[in-house]
Design a protein around this ligand. Sequence first.
Ligand code: ZN
Ligand code: ZN
Length: 67
Amino acid sequence: MAETVCGNCDKMLDTEDFDVEPCQDCGKWHFCEKCAEDLKKYPPHLILCQSCEIDYEDAMTEYDDDF
Ligand SMILES: [Zn+2]
Ligand SMILES: [Zn+2]
């Protein structure tokens, strides 16, 4: 059984649980059902850990500069 903590709220998670969703970019961090729901509710509507979220925002900022 693989155990980890939620990348958002530090709740203990079992990564084999179907409700646990991994970071869509690196897959290293997992999020509990509640945090995954919150992440999908607000832009950019992706389940990303903090480091991937920063990468994503950097990429979006660079993209905006092209206009
Ligand atoms: Zn959580
Ligand atoms: Zn990640």
